[in-house]
Each structure stands twice: as structure tokens, then as C-alpha cells.
Design a protein around this ligand. Structure first.
Ligand code: 1PR
Length: 543
């Protein structure tokens, strides 16, 4: 398609959008200078990060006025996420006004009874009854959202402009807008699996301009007793080189990844890119890669995970997280790359989130010793790419005590007593893949990381990892009670009942598993089928 352009201001993962567009058979060009915007026949603006940062970038690069002129010219325009938010009059997030193409102000979600960011797959209420102007969205269609701010639906402003609304907690917000040549989604079609690809195709192949004369009826949204945000099922791939130097997906037992017999090599469960593709096709809601040998210095010039991400994002259209080695790194010539730059390389290679392990523990220790100074990897990455892009990977292990008075750390009364009958334990944070314990408990860690600006917790448990004995519910409850950001339960899944157990007993947003998926003992589809049968909402897989 001649003249299909993408407006990128250099913040975050635009590769996924390009890959999705290419996958649909279209070529897309970057806007490199303001005049390119006016050359476009069709324009997509996939904004990411913070509203203020996006608006500042539009002004600094001289894009704001040509963008308004382009939209006023009536040619098809699509905004995604912050690219949609900038169309409104302004945002609570910043003093800089928006483009003012659509009425309304972007506001922060309240944290009453729900985690913020709103992260995951949620349903849409289609407000315009039409066969033509709906961009393939149907009543109840489910897409991937990740944001802390949204435009609350207001009938006086948005009737006839909102194409869909979505409910989070008891807040109803505009999840997509359609007004003449302007189409915009708060959700990420490029991350919404096959449903998202259909929507993009509808924008790319259709006229891209619709008036409300083509709509049969416009209805108002209804407040439902409960929102429809689904519980996420995440496949995790621990990646490292084996003794022959091949990059493999491995899986440890309580973090020990070497075979117990034979040549004692690293357990090899498959190739990272192939396995990730398989999990996408089997219905995983997200895929996480962890580079588990990141405690060795890995220079930026030699990061094999960059290629893994680049190749994976060509065929996997759900969110990708990369962890391991997100910290300052030093190249062989002595060049230091701050964590922020390392994360940037990963985002440009197709990652949507980075997960920080060891460095988060050091940052939390510093936070308690000196307070915030804005320099940690969590802060610098969250500032530029948004809190939703920063996950904290926690590797805790149990330390038993006879009585809580024996330690200053936060203890829990445990139903699994220690070797000497101890009734209490605290969860000690570790660094370097569990090789070193620190004087910090998991509650301290997650509270500090949330205060520093992290957007999600990936909660492993060394005692449960690879045991197939179920998730560590006592740990998960303690962490969930300490923070307002989403929490992913990890370590110990052995059967479909364990997923039910974790969702029914804790209010975690997601559950992650590795071993049972790699060994094909429990397919992702079976997990979802089971959860659906016990009324736990999950995203249906539509191949
Ligand atoms: O410290 O920021 O460089 O990050 C290192 C990352 O590598 C951390 O996220 C850490 O969890 C991970 N890691 C380091 N060593 C290991 C290891 O296994 N030897 N993997 C490791 C951690 C745990 C989970 C696993 C779940 C589910 N893997 O990710 O996938 O426990 O497993 P299961 O379902 O089979 O029980 P940094």
C-alpha cells in the first residue's frame, strides 16, 4: 500500500506493530520528518509510555501541527494506546494539552479494589450497531490492554464518538473511538492475537472513513456487576547456552538446571523461538523469556536474546517480556551502557516489558538506605517507557523461624512447617539467580519497587520451582496484600487444579508456568478449559 506511514517518536516497542502489518501483507514506512505525515494516505500512531512524554515529543519533532492538518484532511488515521489518548483535550498525567481532536480528558484509574495498571485481556461493549464501521469488533470482543490512564465515558461528549467502551472495576472508559476518518484504540491490536490482526486488517484494507449515517443504532454502555478482565496464563522460557554453546530453553528444579545423570549438561527442552511460537498458537496470553545466566557480564554488543526477540516478535502477537541482565552493562572496550539503554534495545527488538531481578533488590536496599534519587533502572525505564513496561522478577526462598520475634523481617504463619517444626517463615530476597541471599524480605522488596515506579510483580518461589506441587499461596497472599500493581504467580504449577487454586485463593492477575508446558504434560488449552469450567474468566483462544 503506497503511503502507509507509522508515526514513531522512539519510545518503546513499535516493532510488533510493524511485524503485525507485514504479517498481513502490507509495507509500512516510518515518519522521519514532519513532511512525511502529509505525504501519507493512511497513518498509524502507536503511542507508548506517558502522555506528557508523547506530547512533548510531538512538539519537539515538529509533528503536532502536521498531524492535526493530516487528520483535518479526512485521510484515515489510527491511534493506538497513548496514540489514542493524545487525540483528546488533555490528561491528568501532564499539563501539556492534547491535540484536541476528540472531546474529553484522560484520567487515572482509581485503585479501589483493583490493580493499576489495567493489564490484560478485557472485553469491549460495542456501542454502534453497524456492519461496516466496526473494524471487525464484535459485541464482547476481547483485546489486550496495558495502561493506568483512560478517558471515562461521558454520554454528553462521547455518544456517537465512542465505538466501544470497556469496564475496569466499576469504571467505564472509552476503549475505542471512531469518528469520520479517526479510529483509535486504547487496547493494543498488535498484541491481541488473531482478534487484533483482524482489526488491523480491517483498518488497512477498508475505506477507513465512516460516518454515523452508516450506523444503524448507537447505544449507551451498561454498568455490569463485574468487569470481564480475564486471568492471564503465561508461558515462561528460561534460556541459556548449554555446554556446546547452543541457546536452549531449560528448566531447573529449584533453580538447578543441570541433568542429574549422563553428561550433566544443561537440560535442553527446545529452541526459544520455536517454543514461543508454539505457545502463542496454543493460546498463551503472554510469553516471558528469562536469560538465566545474566549474572555473567553480557556486553550489549553480544546479546543473543535480542535476536531471539526479533525473531519471536515476527510470529507471536501477544505481549513479550524479557528478563535477565537488565542493569548497567560494560562492553569489552569499557563502554558502559546504563540499564535504561539496555532496556531500550530490548523494546526496539520486540519486547513489551522488561523484568528486573537482581538490580531491583539492590535498588530496594538503596531506597531504604537513602530514599529515591531517580537513578535506579526501575525509575529511568519507567519514566521513559511507562510503569507498565517494568516488571520485577522476585526470587525468594523460605527462611524458617520458631517465633516472629527472632527476625525483623515480615513473617507468615505457615502450614508447611520447617525441618525442626518451625511454624513461621519469612521470604528472603536473592540475587544472581538465587545464588546469594540478602537481608531484605519480599514484602520490603515489592513495596520499594512499587514506590520506585514498577508496574508488575513476577513472583517466583525457589522452594516450589520445578516441584509441580502447586503455587506458594502464603507468599502470594502476602505480596498481593502489600502492593496495588498486578502480580503474576509463578513456580510450582503441576496440574490444572493448581491454576484454579491460585486464582480462587489469592486475587493474582496472572499465573505463569514453565515445566509442565515444556514437557507437554498440561497443555495451555487444558488449563483454560478447566478454568472456564469453574467460572474463572480466561481469554478464549481463537486461532
Ligand atoms: O537478576 O535481573 O539478571 O534476572 C535473572 C532472571 O533469571 C530472574 O528473573 C531469575 O528469576 C531468572 N533465573 C536465574 N536463574 C534461574 C534458574 O532457574 N537457575 N530462573 C532463573 C528462574 C524461575 C521461573 C520459572 C518458574 C516456573 N526461573 O521463571 O519459570 O519458577 O517454573 P515451573 O512452572 O516449572 O515450576 P537478573
Amino acid at each position: 500500500m503506497p503511503g502507509l506511514y507509522m508515526l514513531d517518536y522512539g519510545a518503546g516497542n513499535v516493532r510488533s506493530l510493524i511485524n503485525a502489518v507485514n504479517h498481513l501483507g502490507y509495507d509500512i514506512q516510518y515518519v522521519k520528518e514532519p513532511q512525511d505525515i502529509l505525504k501519507a494516505d493512511r497513518l498509524i500512531f502507536p503511542g507508548v509510555g506517558a502522555f506528557g512524554h508523547a506530547m512533548e515529543a510531538l512538539h519537539q519533532k515538529g509533528y503536532a501541527e502536521p498531524l492535526k492538518e493530516y487528520i483535518a484532511s479526512g485521510r484515515p488515521f489510527m491511534g493506538i494506546c497513548v496514540g489514542m489518548q493524545t487525540l483528546f483535550e488533555g490528561s491528568e498525567e501532564s499539563d501539556i494539552p492534547g491535540l484536541g481532536v476528540l472531546p474529553g480528558i484522560v484520567k487515572k484509574f482509581s485503585t479501589d479494589n483493583k490493580a493499576v495498571p489495567h493489564m490484560g485481556w478485557n472485553a469491549t461493549q460495542l456501542l454502534k450497531e453497524t456492519d461496516v464501521a466496526n473494524y471487525s469488533i464484535e459485541q464482547g470482543s476481547v483485546y489486550y490492554f496495558v495502561h493506568s490512564f483512560a478517558v471515562p465515558y461521558d454520554a454528553t461528549k462521547h455518544h456517537g464518538i465512542a465505538l466501544t467502551t470497556t469496564q475496569y472495576g466499576d469504571e467505564i472508559f472509552v476503549s475505542s473511538a471512531q469518528h469520520n476518518n479517526v479510529f483509535a484504540t486504547q487496547f493494543h491490536p498488535e498484541k491481541s492475537g488473531y482478534m487484533g490482526l483482524c482489526l488491523l486488517k480491517a483498518f488497512l484494507s477498508g475505506p477507513g472513513v465512516y460516518t454515523n449515517d452508516q450506523v444503524n443504532r448507537i447505544v449507551e454502555p451498561t454498568l455490569l456487576p463485574k468487569h470481564a478482565l480475564t486471568k492471564r496464563i503465561i508461558a515462561c522460557l528460561d534460556v541459556r547456552a548449554n555446554d556446546r554453546g547452543d541457546l536452549v530453553v531449560t528448566k531447573g528444579d529449584q533453580y538447578d538446571v543441570r541433568e542429574k545423570d549422563g553428561d550433566n549438561d544443561v537440560r535442553n527442552l527446545g529452541k526459544p523461538v520455536d517454543l514461543a511460537k508454539r505457545y502463542f498458537e496454543e493460546g498463551a496470553d503472554e510469553v516471558t523469556f528469562l536469560n538465566i545466566t545474566s549474572f555473567r557480564n553480557c556486553p550489549l554488543v553480544d546479546m543473543p536474546m535480542l535476536e531471539v526477540l526479533q525473531r519471536t516478535s515476527e510470529t507471536v502477537f501477544v505481549p513479550l517480556t524479557i528478563g535477565g541482565g537488565i542493569r548497567d552493562v560494560v562492553d569489552p572496550d569499557g563502554t558502559v551502557h546504563p540499564a535504561f539503554e539496555v532496556a531500550g534495545e530490548y523494546f526496539r527488538s520486540g519486547a513489551d516489558k522488561v523484568s528486573i531481578g537482581s538490580d531491583a533488590v539492590y535498588a530496594a536496599e538503596k531506597y531504604y538506605a537513602q530514599g529515591k534519587d531517580g537513578s535506579s533502572a526501575i525509575e529511568t525505564i519507567a519514566r521513559a517507557y511507562g510503569a507498565q513496561a517494568v516488571v520485577i522478577s522476585v526470587d525468594p526462598r523460605r527462611v524458617y523461624v520458631k517465633d516472629p520475634s527472632e527476625t525483623t523481617h515480615h513473617t507468615v504463619k505457615t502450614s508447611v512447617p520447617g525441618p525442626n517444626g518451625e511454624q513461621f517463615c519469612w521470604y528472603q530476597c536473592t540475587v544472581k539467580g538465587g545464588r546469594e541471599g540478602r537481608d531484605l524480605d519480599v514484602r520490603q522488596l515489592v513495596i520499594a519497587c512499587e514506590a520506585l515506579g514498577a508496574g508488575e510483580i513476577l513472583l517466583n518461589c525457589m522452594d516450589r520451582d520445578g516441584t509441580n506441587s502447586g503455587y506458594e499461596l502464603e507468599l502470594i497472599k502476602a505480596v498481593k496484600a502489600a502492593v496495588n500493581i498486578p502480580v503474576i504467580a509463578s513456580s510450582g504449577a503441576g496440574n490444572v487444579g493448581h491454576f484454579q487454586e491460585v486464582f480462587e485463593n489469592t486475587n493474582v492477575e496472572a499465573a505463569l508456568a514453565a515445566g509442565i508446558f515444556h514437557r507437554q504434560e498440561v497443555p495451555i488449552e487444558a488449563v483454560k478449559k478447566h478454568l472456564k469450567s469453574v467460572d474463572i474468566p480466561v481469554r478464549e483462544h481463537v486461532p
